[in-house]
Ligand binder design. Structure first.
Ligand SMILES: NC(=O)c1ccc[n+]([C@@H]2O[C@H](COP(=O)([O-])OP(=O)(O)OC[C@H]3O[C@@H](n4cnc5c(N)ncnc54)[C@H](OP(=O)(O)O)[C@@H]3O)[C@@H](O)[C@H]2O)c1
Length: 304
């Protein structure tokens, strides 16, 4: 039987640790603070940001949500970021993506002070991560490492195959796994004979954004499978493709009219040694690591 890696439980433990750290900092007169910039009204982004702000409150961090209109210009947003950079009570700045088309997202992300870049997207932090220096690492990749370590799964010497090379997930998780002494292969849409590579994986990370993309014949039996994908499915046909016979899921689907499937086909998990379910695997770690990064940024900025 494959071991289910309970991301929600691991995230809860990390959040508890963060809350303890926040209490310790409070005794020194420091309250870590996060500013979340949410532009316009993208429903998924609104849910994410609200839950980030709520988690700050639960753990004792200060937080502030800034909500510019969707017609905002790059220049106005740059001014906003500069003012947040200058504020003493703000240790972390997150700019919720996606941004409206007229906004130069790269210019904005580059304007965040690297020391406040709690998403770990700034080129300075990406460079530090690559060269193995202390850096604020992107939250989802950092969360994946926490899942592996806290579940006592071996990384050193393992062949980690990552499908996906985004700046947000694929590349940074590759770098983090390399620093943990895994042998790393990064695959993408131009990779040839993908299945031959994924079948070699002791650790398979799927960060593709395509529902059920990793099928059973692409998996080495016993592999650790980390499914980063979040894909909403709404039709019965799709439901049956991934979850036929899953009674519990059927009830959720009937109630909500949709459910989430990862980038790994659920049938593939039957071959795994251990795997992260979707939902409840990697997802919960992202917010937990954002909180951890904010506290880390608060410490680093003060040389603590
Ligand atoms: N759990 C979380 O908190 C969390 C956080 C972030 C993202 N996600 C989810 O993770 C997934 C990936 O996100 P992302 O931001 O990394 O996506 P992304 O920026 O769209 O990158 C997708 C990657 O998959 C590769 N790819 C696409 N089709 C492929 C194919 N047929 N064969 C091999 N590789 C292929 C792309 O290759 P090319 O580079 O060649 O185009 C690209 O590198 C999404 O479902 C997203 O919603 C979850």
């Amino acid at each position: 039987m494959a071991k289910v890696l309970d991301g929600a439980a691991i995230a809860a433990t990390i959040k508890q640790e963060v809350a303890e750290e926040v209490r310790a900092l409070k005794a020194q007169g420091i309250r870590p603070g996060l500013a979340a910039v949410l532009v316009g009204h993208v429903p998924a982004s609104e849910i994410y940001v609200r839950s980030k702000v709520q988690t700050c409150a639960e753990l004792g961090l200060f937080s502030e949500m800034v909500t510019p209109d969707e017609t905002v210009t790059t220049e106005d947003l740059l001014d906003l970021v500069r003012s947040l950079n200058d504020r003493e009570d703000i240790d972390g700045i997150l700019i919720q993506l996606p941004l409206p088309k007229q906004v130069d997202a790269k210019a904005l992300l580059d304007a965040v002070l690297p020391s406040k870049d709690v998403d770990g997207f700034h080129p300075v932090n990406a460079g530090k991560l690559q060269t193995g220096r202390a850096a604020l690492a992107p939250c989802t990749p950092a969360g994946i490492i926490e899942i592996l370590k806290r579940s006592n799964l071996p990384i050193s010497g393992q062949h980690a195959v990552i499908v996906g090379r985004s700046d947000i997930v694929g590349k940074p998780v590759a770098m983090l796994l390399l620093h943990e002494n895994a042998t790393v292969t990064i695959c993408h849409s131009k990779t040839q004979r993908l299945g031959e590579l994924t079948r070699q994986a002791d650790i398979l990370v799927a960060a593709i954004g395509r529902p059920g993309f990793i099928t059973p014949e692409m998996v080495k039996p016993g592999a650790t499978m980390i499914d980063v994908g979040i894909n909403r499915i709404t039709t019965l046909e799709e439901f049956d493709r991934y979850f036929a016979g899953d009674v519990k899921r059927e009830l959720t689907f009937a109630k909500r009219g949709s459910t989430i499937v990862g980038d790994v086909h659920p049938k593939s998990f039957e071959l795994a040694g251990a795997y992260t379910p979707v939902p409840g695997g990697v997802g919960p770690l992202t917010i937990a690591m954002l909180m951890a990064n904010t506290v880390r940024a608060a410490r680093m900025r003060r040389g603590l």
